[in-house]
Design a protein around this ligand. Sequence first.
Ligand code: GLV
Ligand code: MN
Length: 204
Amino acid sequence: ADPDPVQDFCVAVAPGGHNNASSSSSTYPGFPCKPASTVVSDDFFFAAHAGGASTDNPMGAGVTPGNVEAFPGLNTLGLSINRVDLAPGGVNPLHTHPRSAELVHVEAGEMLVGFVSTEGRFYSKVVRAGESFVIPRGMVHFQYNVGKGAARAMTVFNSQLPGVVLAAQTLFGADPEIPDDVLAKSFQVDADTIKLLKSKFQKG
Ligand code: GLV
Ligand code: MN
């Protein structure tokens, strides 16, 4: 989904700390490159996925990102990788990636992986260790641990910075808030139901 590279590599100069908006407005189509003479083997190496993120949270899920912000060597290469850890019963909650498809490769345990198409069709599979499932770009999707033990997947993207829109967080945790009336009308429920949902997702 990203533009094609125009050189062998372009290791990003300290992209950490940039957010999507600043990177796209100031350095489109990626981050500035380190001078090639200062590039070393470690720029192409990423070790953060040797361990997983904690799943000790209400979702029972931990995602360790491996996008260009975490792994500067990915700059201009059009791909990235996350590690997803799920406790038994844990869910990586409904979300979309506006800039990328996602290949989910399960390494341990078993997950129900699913997405909904623009036609409103729900496609899903229980995916086990060694198996993969693909989420088309922009589709709302999740992973849900349906096994007895911990589950782990690597998720691979055809973008260096796929972006993530968390469905519940976006709608009920926006800052400033989306008006209750708009949400109540959109979901065809009363304002109290919206307030309850907001209470789960508002920060601070
Ligand atoms: C999983 O859906 C991920 O975005 O890493
Ligand atoms: Mn995803």
